[in-house]
Design a protein around this ligand. Structure first.
Ligand code: BGC
Length: 757
């Protein structure tokens, strides 16, 4: 009896000692923590938490939260929170600031603007208890019809990568993480879970992973999100080539890779590839990890590597550092920033002296003047406190808005919203259906023209996750829109009055068939909750437009390179789903089961400039209320860097900013072909007063002049004379200089992600 008692006391003692000796996570003891975790804990840890209704998850969960990681309190491991992203925080009930979308950020050609957007998001993440924002979205705009273009940046990898890096730095300088997504080649929403993006290695390296390479180089995002799709026959989240060889070995990425929100896929392959965190997460994945460890298909070292990477992320987060959420974001500061930042990326496409408007009386046509689209739908939807309408913005700027039209359109906007709701055409995840334009009689327009000094017509286009836009309905101008444009322009211009069109659009639309009609066109994109105020600032000249297009507007959709290799007229089986009907899933349907990137590296301006093919508006196009002159263009190569500079002078009558691109034309070297020009860097002046000058300096590594030789798996910078062009518009250089690279340079990479023979 005494012996047994002694034994029990000893056991208790050992247990207590073991318990008290349990390490608690710190940034310095990660290997020790990995050792202290049980196999079951490890298997649960790398899988996102599905049931968030139990403690400790329910205490940090807010409706709309994207994901939460598994907590192990005995080891001091808290759960961390992941929220969408990327144009503000996506929550269902707690309002946050709706910021300008990705296209507008890229159209600013201003890293400082992208950085500021990141800072606002970082502040709001801290307030809402979010550790990682699921953004920036940085897939290339391969085609104008991708449903998620509005949250991405550009058709060009340098503009995308460097704007993304600035955004990431903005968020991460606040001590909050980012998740650059979706890696890689996720360029359509149709069959987005299972479509195979097929391309040659040069195209992959020079375009689709290039943006991520630059973003990693300049900002090291804490995390990267892989994509849903296959890439050359392999799911990206299972691809060792993509996630380890390219991302870690070639690009030097140091952070964590999480999957996009998929169900179960090949578990051992994912963990081996370095999908460190399986999101959104399901217990079946944890069970599968345990089974795979038992049957030997998963190695403990693979699991341990993912566990350690997740711990490395956790120790950096606000949650780990004890930051307390307030649930009280500074929405006033957010709104102020949203308004200012939005004006920096609006693009003036046409102006025959109509803008800036004198105050006076304005007649506003188009339902979207009164029902503006602040942002798109899906993961990037932001439940914001309000949306400032254009009529409100103009009135606040001292303009009299025609009250009769205002009443008519407001009633129509309310009716059509109800109607869409009633007919189940509204779904916040995948989007609000397009609102048809009101048919308005000629008589009404004539009366309005008598009462007003000028007309403004807003045309709107919205889109969202899980569904691509359709050529006929979304890209082309609709009959009732064309009628409205023609009638308003005819009546107003006959009376000597101007017509201005505002484009409140998620992606390019067809403009060539009607752009001759109005006197001015302003592309305002999806500008966030302060839409009406920001647009009014530009229309009235309070802000001088300085945005430049981050993608080409083609004359005809079929001018787009690879236009036929996109599901341009595919209407999914259910209006609100990208999912292809089960019977058709897996069948070899072109552009659905697989998409061949037949245009290769010739995406956007790379194609149009090389072919000298006319476009509606070229990449980099954008007018201003002032004029600029370029001088003293210089380029020098020193060591492994190219140093370029150009002086920009405001030669007009009002203050303005000028965005400048540095494009390079490279000698062929051993290549059969190269694009006529490629953007290598860009910058923007400060607000220059009339007569004021600024010299912009650019530094480009010689390595970034290279093209990718697939046969040899290496980047090659050709020897010879290069031409440098300055100016944002890819078709109209405003200054030029030449420079020489003295000897050819090769930069080997791993051989990875090659297309199947
Ligand atoms: C989207 C991601 C998003 C995730 C979490 C996915 O469907 O593709 O962009 O971050 O959901 O909401």
């Amino acid at each position: 009896m005494i012996k047994r008692l002694f034994f029990s006391i000893c056991c208790l003692g050992i247990a207590c000692a073991a318990l008290s000796a349990q390490p608690k996570l710190s940034k310095d003891n990660i290997p020790q923590i990995v050792k202290a975790m049980t196999v079951e804990e490890k298997a649960a840890f790398v899988v996102g938490v599905r049931d968030r209704s139990v403690p400790p998850y329910k205490d940090i969960f807010l409706p709309g939260t994207g994901g939460i990681t598994y907590a192990i309190p005995r080891l001091g491991i808290p759960p961390i929170v992941l929220m969408d992203g990327p144009v503000g925080i996506r929550l269902d009930k707690n309002p946050t600031t709706s910021l300008p979308g990705g296209l507008l950020a890229a159209a600013s050609w201003n890293k400082a603007t992208a950085y500021e957007i990141g800072q606002v998001i970082g502040d709001e993440c801290l307030a809402m208890g979010n550790d990682v924002i699921l953004g920036p979205g940085m897939n290339l705009l391969r085609n104008p019809l991708n449903g998620r273009n509005f949250e991405y940046f550009s058709e060009d990898p340098v503009l995308t990568g460097l704007i993304a890096a600035a955004y990431v730095n903005g968020v991460q300088d606040k001590g909050v993480g980012t998740s650059a997504k979706h890696f890689a080649a996720n360029n359509q929403e149709t069959n987005r879970l299972d479509g195979d993006s097929r391309m040659d290695t040069r195209t992959l390296r020079e375009l689709y992973v290039k943006a991520f390479e630059l973003c990693v180089r300049d900002s090291q995002p804490w995390t990267i999100m892989s994509s849903y799709n296959y890439l050359n026959g392999e799911y990206t989240q299972e691809s060792y080539d993509l996630l380890t060889n390219i991302l870690r070995k070639d690009f030097g990425f140091k952070g964590l890779v999480m999957t996009d929100w998929t169900g179960k896929r090949n578990t051992p392959k994912q963990l081996h590839a370095r999908s460190d965190l399986l999101m959104g997460g399901h217990p079946v994945q944890t069970e599968h990890i345990l089974e795979c460890l038992k049957d030997g298909s998963l190695k403990m070292e693979d699991l341990d590597r993912c566990v350690a990477t997740l711990l490395e992320l956790i120790v950096k987060t606000p949650s780990f550092k004890g930051s307390q959420r307030t649930l009280n974001p500074d929405l006033k500061a957010g709104a102020k920033a949203a308004r200012e930042l939005a004006t920096d990326g609006m693009v003036l496409l046409k102006n025959n002296g109509a803008l800036p408007v004198a105050k006076g009386n304005a007649a506003l046509f188009g339902v979207y003047s009164y029902d503006m689209i602040p942002g798109g739908n899906g993961a990037a939807f932001v439940f914001c406190p309000y949306v400032r309408q254009l009529d409100e913005g103009l009135e606040a700027a001292g303009i009299n808005v025609d009250a009769k039209l205002q009443k008519l359109y407001k009633n129509y906007a309310a009716f059509i919203s109800e109607d869409l709701l009633y007919n189940h055409k509204v779904n916040t995840h995948v989007g609000h259906a397009q609102k048809p334009e009101l048919e308005i009689t000629r008589g009404l327009i004539e009366e309005a023209a008598k009462r007003s000094d000028y007309a403004i017509i807003t045309l709107g286009r919205t889109s969202g996750e899980a569904r691509d836009r359709i050529l006929s309905q979304d890209f082309l101008i609709q009959e009732n829109e064309k009628n409205l444009l023609e009638n308003v322009c005819e009546v107003y211009q006959a009376a000597g009055k101007k017509v201005i069109v505002v484009l409140n659009i998620c992606s390019p639309i067809e403009t060539a068939s009607w752009s001759y009609l109005p006197d001015a066109i302003l592309c305002a994109w999806l500008p966030g909750e302060e839409a009406g105020n920001a647009i009014a600032d530009v229309l009235t000249g309070k802000a001088n437009p300085s945005g430049k297009l981050p993608m080409t507007f083609p004359i005809d959709y079929f001018d787009t390179p690879g236009a036929e290799d996109f599901p341009y007229n595919f209407i999914s089986d259910k209006a609100n789903e990208s999912a292809v009907h089960p019977e058709r899933r897996g069948l070899p349907f072109k552009n659905i089961a697989y998409t061949d990137y037949t245009e290769g590296i010739y995406v956007g301006y790379r194609w149009f400039c090389t072919q000298s093919k006319p476009v509606a508006y070229p990449f980099g196009f954008g007018l201003s209320y002032t004029s600029f002159e370029y001088s003293a263009a210089q380029v020098k190569v020193k060591g492994d860097k190219v140093y370029a500079s150009v002086t920009v002078t405001n030669t007009g009558k009002v203050a303005g900013k000028e965005a400048v691109g540095l494009y390079v034309h490279a000698p062929l070297g051993g290549f059969k072909d190269k694009p006529a020009v490629e953007l290598k860097e860009f910058g923007k002046t400060k607000l220059l007063a009339p007569g004021e000058s600024e010299t912009l300096n650019f530094t480009v590594p010689v390595r970034q002049l290279a093209s990718f030789n697939s046969a040899k798996s290496r980047w090659e910078t050709a020897k010879g004379t290069y031409k440098a062009y300055f100016g944002a518009d890819s078709t109209k250089p405003l200054a030029e200089a030449t420079f020489k690279v003295g000897s050819a340079k090769n930069y080997p990479t791993t051989r990875a992600c090659e297309p199947k023979k």
